[in-house]
Design a protein around this ligand. Structure first.
Ligand code: KE4
Length: 428
């Protein structure tokens, strides 16, 4: 029995499903999860000390790779100054400056402790600003686990096949309207049905929680036009794409500016963090400036700010994204070459350093199509990759992430392993 198996057996008695977040449990791919003892650069090490090339990157934050020495050195110093004060610090101002400088649509920003806190706060704010109750989300998009979002959600909800989570009051669910990703007509229909009742439309501008699904040309622009015309607050949930696909996120890549943006993951450099921000006229409603209440004991925590600031400083250096793009293109091209060489019609989708291999030959533009993926094939492939020391997200409906710490050797090893894993998965 491996150390991970031993630990998992014990954890099952004390922690629901043995994990502190469902998608980590490997339930969709069988067997138990690896327990990780440490990580450095592109590698993670399981409880037996076995190394893996890591493409989960803690689900996105580790764009510099694990245990980046700038981040660790700064954190060590910050710890000696105390871990939390519950009072404003200069670090929070520095973080606010970095975010507003990098993402022009964000005029004011509030720090919170997770992506979920960011999105639920943004929705509350949009409802207060418009004095309306309904929101539009998209099938397959995941915005964290607040009640309003656990309807037709992606990520772990899709992975575990939980259509809509029990415990969400019917009245709350009734205010969440679901449209189809990349289908502008489906949004127009909802807007026509509920004129003057929709407070916000929240979307992952590049979906990452059904696997990577980019917006089709004109889709984001169409949403911007509709929201402006209908007085709906357009919220880009960039918890995953923020600082990942470009310094200014997906909104910079596609040139479409939302009214509010939610952030997380990378801005915390691996420490607990979230943020929401946008138009000053909307953000000024947030307490104590305005009446919309939102608070948090550890919001803007000095350790999370320190790790986030060091991470953002690194990625703001000239040439960072072009270097990351080169690595990403190498991996994605190698994966596509494998599919061609094996005459397989599966598809690799990618934007910047986010990628997914979809086990379907059909279109991959929305959840209904993605849901056609062959989950059994994915599981065999996942296991074969793990046996070759490549650690992928244990779900067909998650994105893979490349870091600046991934080396040519890592990428070549991954491409070789993938070819063997594809042969195994499709020949058995
Ligand atoms: P957190 O509350 O997990 O920090 O963020 C929620 C969230 C919000 N918006 C988007 C676009 C997100 O991707 C997430 C969280 N992503 C998942 C993985 N796809 C986190 C992993 C997990 O749930 O364990």
């Amino acid at each position: 029995m491996t150390r991970s198996e031993e630990l998992f057996q014990q954890a099952l008695h004390l922690i629901p499903g043995g994990v502190n977040s469902p998608v980590r449990a490997f339930q969709a791919v069988g067997g138990g999860p690896l327990f990780i003892s440490r990580a450095e650069g592109s590698k993670i090490y399981d409880a037996d000390g076995h190394p893996y090339i890591d493409y989960v990157g803690s689900w996105g934050p580790m764009i510099l790779g694990h245990a980046n020495h700038y981040v660790i050195a700064a954190l060590q110093k910050a710890c000696e100054r105390g871990t939390s004060f519950g009072a404003p610090t200069e670090l929070e101002l520095e973080m606010a400056l970095l975010i507003t400088k990098s993402v022009p649509s964000i005029e004011k920003v509030r720090m919170v402790n997770s992506g979920t806190e960011a999105t639920l706060s943004a929705i509350r704010l949009a409802r207060a600003f418009t004095k309306r109750d309904k929101i539009i989300k998209f099938e397959g998009c995941y915005h964290g686990h607040a009640d309003s979002f656990l309807i037709a959600a992606g990520s772990g909800v899709a992975t575990l096949g939980i259509p809509d989570s029990p415990g969400v009051p019917k009245a709350v669910a009734a205010d969440t309207l679901v449209a189809e990703y990349n289908n502008l007509e489906s949004v127009h229909e909802i807007a026509k049905k509920f004129p003057g009742e929709i407070a916000a439309l929240i979307i992952e501008p590049i979906a990452g929680n059904m696997g990577v699904v980019p917006p089709v040309p004109g889709f984001l622009e169409g949403l911007r036009e509709l929201c402006t015309r209908e007085g709906i607050v357009l919220i880009f949930d960039e918890v995953m794409t923020g600082f990942r696909v470009a310094l200014g996120g997906a909104q910079a890549l596609y040139g479409v500016h939302p009214d509010l943006t939610t952030l997380g993951k990378i801005i915390g450099g691996g420490m607990p963090v979230g943020a929401y921000g946008g138009r000053a006229d909307i953000m000024s409603l947030i307490a104590p400036e305005g009446p919309v209440y939102q608070a948090g004991t550890l919001s803007g925590n000095p350790l999370a700010m320190t790790a986030g600031i060091e991470t953002l400083k690194e990625i703001r250096k000239p040439g960072f994204y072009s270097a990351l793009e080169i690595k990403s293109a190498q991996l994605v091209e190698g994966m596509r070459e494998n599919l061609r060489a094996l005459n397989l019609k599966f598809q690799v989708a990618s934007v910047g350093s986010m990628f997914s291999l979809f086990f379907t030959e059909g279109p991959i533009t929305n959840w209904r199509e993605i849901n056609q993926c062959n989950r059994a094939l994915f599981s065999t492939y996942f296991r074969a990759m793990l046996e070759r020391d490549i650690y992928l997200a244990p779900s067909q409906f998650e994105a893979g992430f490349i870091s600046i710490a991934h080396t040519d050797e890592d990428i070549q090893k991954t491409i070789r392993a993938q070819r063997e894993a594809l042969v195994l998965a499709t020949r058995t």
